[in-house]
Design a protein around this ligand. Structure first.
Ligand SMILES: Cc1cc2nc3c(=O)[nH]c(=O)nc-3n(C[C@H](O)[C@H](O)[C@H](O)COP(=O)(O)OP(=O)(O)OC[C@H]3O[C@@H](n4cnc5c(N)ncnc54)[C@H](O)[C@@H]3O)c2cc1C
Length: 515
């Protein structure tokens, strides 16, 4: 990929940022036939895009807020994503338990509208259920005052596996996709954007990349790039922190998710089964400071534990938490809104005087529509030949019509058979990296050879989801992973030591010891 930088004297489009927005834009641009380069300063989805609730959803909460357009768009995108990436998405049952007499009718009616809005892309109809069925679907739900509930369908996915598959799809369509390359300066000619200066953080080499168009897709870091363009730019993005905790499945068995539309203090709470664990969250805390490894606040953990204990019969405490992960929502600033939870989740495209195009806001679910929108607006600047978007029917890398869900490797889709082929090269690679983690040594090798994993953290956090599923176990497994990677990448002992120090200091932030 790096060698391709020297082969292209002028790119049509350079995209800054390798999260959902940037990767989606790279897929769109490359599949329209533009000469496309994406640069990500760390690893793909290192930012917000690895820290979502893992829902492909219209957003029941946004419906309650009256944001009909966002919900309609998101429901359409949900349907498209489930078709184009069936290996990393699933159609899931969400159960709202009803503890008050009016809740069944109120939420049941709202969710019927949600279904109708999804039209032919509906994932199945909403049902009002009895107390007995609610108990069957949510075996550990609190039964005191339980009056039944509502079951509706929504989507679930693996956010970083989708990010990696989008990078692969973009590359297969002709894009050049680089991780560990940071944009440090914008290049201008007569005041108009003409490229970017990048720093390859692995070799330390700086390079000027010339491009007709530059798209800034840097999430909560959008303002930093806008400032490179014009130091007097007002802030565009407000960051809001969301925390999740991960628990063992025994606290929430079964294959249905729990959705609480309105906790006592007016928030939404989800408990969603995921890779053999349960993800519970989230919070919505405005933050002034943006960081790549944000820290959960004590009160956020307390909020999640207190509220999940109201809805589940088990008494879950801090010691039961396997991992805690924190993400920052890039929300478009709106001075009228008093709370970040009231800021709209729609995306915004801003074109500055220098013709730098910035896109921010939105959701993982709507990444494809966001990409189409930003590309259409970039084309309208008049520097590119007009070409139409083809992503609505474009299959994402890994697409297959023969997914066997009980298979541990189902989320590799069409790559699963090739991951298994590695067992023939070395039968020891069939072994697990840790008894508490659902990952084999072959997956580590695959990630290095085929998915551009450069560091132990890339493998543990985003190629596999070890750090999210069990942060303690991921620390214990890290020496094995570092050793496998070093052999594969021909790295020495000092690389292993440096990788382990760096990974362990990050992984500790995901344990409860650091909150
Ligand atoms: C707690 C939480 C839960 C969420 N849950 C859901 C959900 O369930 N479903 C859903 O649809 N959405 C969800 N979202 C929203 C969704 O995750 C985000 O909208 C989306 O991930 C944002 O992606 P992005 O690409 O804009 O930003 P990011 O993922 O942050 O990507 C921006 C990238 O730009 C890179 N970058 C920054 N500066 C530079 C530079 N100078 N040079 C090169 N690269 C640079 C960063 O390293 C980063 O990787 C959730 C968000 C949060 C916070």
């Amino acid at each position: 990929m790096i060698s391709q930088l020297n082969e292209v004297p002028l790119w049509d489009i350079v995209i800054i940022g390798g999260g959902a927005t940037g990767l989606g834009t790279a897929v769109d641009a490359a599949s329209r036939g533009y000469k496309t380069l994406l640069v990500e300063q760390f690893d793909f989805a290192k930012g917000t895009s690895s820290r979502s609730t893992k829902l492909v959803h219209g957003g029941v909460r946004y419906l309650a807020q009256g944001n009909i357009r966002l919900v309609m768009d998101a429901l359409k995108e949900r349907g498209i994503l489930l078709k184009n990436a069936p290996h990393i998405t699933s159609n899931f049952s969400f159960v709202i338990p009803a503890y008050k007499w009016w809740e069944k009718m109120y939420y049941g009616f709202g969710l019927k509208i949600y279904d109708i809005m999804a039209g032919r892309l509906s994932l199945g109809s909403t049902k009002i259920i009895s107390k007995k069925t609610a108990q069957e679907l949510l075996p550990t739900a609190e039964t005191k005052n339980l009056r039944g509930g509502i079951v509706y369908r929504d989507g679930q996915f693996d956010d970083t596996r989708l990010a990696i598959n989008l990078a692969q799809t973009a590359e297969e369509n002709g894009a050049t996709i680089l991780n560990y390359c940071k944009v440090i300066k914008l290049e201008k000619q007569e005041g108009i954007i003409a490229g970017v200066h990048i720093l390859d953080s692995i070799t330390g080499k700086e390079m000027l990349i010339k491009s007709t168009n530059v798209i800034n897709a840097t999430g909560v870091f959008t303002d930093a790039v806008l400032k490179m363009d014009d130091a007097s730019q007002p802030k565009l993005v407000a960051a809001s922190q969301g925390v999740h905790i991960v628990l063992d499945k025994k606290y929430f068995p079964g294959n249905n998710a729990l959705m609480v539309p309105r906790t006592a203090d007016g928030r939404v709470l989800f408990a969603v089964p995921w890779h053999g664990k349960v993800v519970v969250g989230t919070t919505d805390t405005p933050v002034d400071h943006t960081s790549y490894e944000p820290t959960a606040l004590e009160e956020e953990i307390n909020f999640i534990l207190t509220h999940i204990n109201l809805y589940l019969s088990a008494d879950i405490s801090r010691k039961d938490v396997r991992s805690v992960f924190v993400g920052l929502r890039p929300l478009v600033k709106n001075t009228a809104a008093k709370k970040t939870s009231l800021l709209p989740r729609d995306h915004t495209v801003v074109i500055s005087k220098s013709k730098l195009v910035s896109i921010t806001g939105g959701k993982w679910t709507t990444y494809r529509k966001m990409a189409k929108d930003v590309l259409d607006k970039t084309i309208a600047l008049g520097q590119l030949e007009k070409k139409t978007c083809v992503t609505e029917g474009l299959k994402i890398h890994g697409w297959t019509d023969t997914i066997e869900r009980p298979d541990d490797l189902y989320y590799y889709g069409s790559d699963a058979a090739m991951v298994k082929e590695l067992y023939k090269e070395n039968p020891a690679w069939k072994e697990s990296i840790h008894p508490a983690l659902p990952y084999t040594k072959a997956m580590v090798i695959w990630a290095v050879r085929n998915e551009m994993a450069m560091t132990v953290e890339d493998v543990m956090a985003r190629r596999t989801r070890s750090i999210l599923l069990d942060a303690g176990a991921s620390i214990e497994a890290s020496p094995i992973v570092a050793e496998l990677m070093a052999n594969e990448m021909r790295m020495d002992e000092s690389w292993i030591r440096e990788q382990l120090n760096s990974f362990i200091s990050i992984a500790k932030k995901y344990t409860m010891d650091d909150v």
